[in-house]
Design a protein around this ligand. Structure first.
Ligand code: MG
Ligand code: MG
Length: 264
């Protein structure tokens, strides 16, 4: 079922999104060579609870942590571990979610640990750009296929693979609601977008081929060719008019991006 949110519900989701933004910014600052992914998870859980929110990943289908930490060839769903200290030159995806007053927020970003290669830097930047290319299609009257097509076109133009096995999703009272938001597709195809829809758009982009394997722990999803991947996600709301509001990136201005002054 697709749920459309009214103004009061969107205000609640905006508050949840702002809290999650703060958590992810705090995490980003704590990514230094040698930090363990378990230490990042502990900090995330405390930061979520300090904001009066609940970690939505913890216990979700049995997931044992509040944060997914996915290093290099792990695309998503890496489990934090005290045995895993992140290494200079790695890519680390941080995916986090929380519930505040009954409303969900879900967001992910990828950071370089210390100095990273130009190839990894480009993959990270293009993945972010793929998100914005897809998100700018999330307007009333467009379709889910328009979003997927925009993500896929940019990724493939840059020579990268689009992970097919995982998708974005609707979000609201539940972390994962309908519809599935594919990162590939055909313009004009799929469900038509309506004001009040809230979606998590999350390109997962591979430097090489898009096929993936699941780790033995039943969670980690890894590129089959073991080349690096990157992940970037925001929760957004489709409005009556114009471009979507990025709920997990408070104060974001599309105009800045169009002017070429966007820091991303
Ligand atoms: Mg996420
Ligand atoms: Mg998500």
């Amino acid at each position: 079922m697709i749920t459309l949110k009214n103004a009061a519900q969107l205000a609640a989701m905006r508050a949840a999104g702002a809290a999650l933004y703060e958590v992810l910014q705090g995490l980003r600052e704590r990514v230094v060579p040698g930090v363990t992914t378990l230490a990042l998870n502990r900090w995330a859980e405390e930061a979520i609870r300090a904001r009066g929110a609940i970690p939505s990943f913890l216990g979700y289908e049995g997931f044992p942590a509040s944060l997914c930490t996915s290093v290099d060839d792990v695309v998503v769903h890496g489990i934090p571990s005290e045995r895993q200290a992140v290494q200079e030159g790695s890519l680390l995806s941080l995916d986090c979610g929380l519930v505040l007053d009954g409303w969900q927020a879900d967001s992910a970003l990828t950071v370089g640990v210390g100095e990273i290669s130009p190839e990894k830097e480009r993959l990270m930047r293009v993945t972010e750009a793929c998100f914005f290319a897809g998100a700018r299609q999330a307007v009333r009257g467009h379709t889910l296929g328009d979003i997927g097509h925009a993500v896929q076109t940019l990724a493939e133009r840059c020579g990268y693979g689009v992970i097919r096995d995982l998708t974005g999703h609707g979000i609201g009272r539940e972390m994962h609601e309908e519809p599935a938001v594919y990162n590939f597709g055909l313009p004009g195809h799929g469900m038509r977008l309506l004001p009040g829809m809230t979606l998590a758009i999350e390109p997962m982009i591979a430097m090489g081929d898009w096929h993936v394997d699941e780790d033995d722990d039943g969670w980690g999803v890894r590129t089959r060719d073991r080349r690096p991947a990157s992940h970037y996600e925001h929760t957004l709301a489709i409005g009556e008019n114009g471009l979507p509001e990025l709920l997990t990136l408070p104060g974001y201005s599309w105009k800045e991006r169009e002017d070429g002054t966007d820091p991303l």
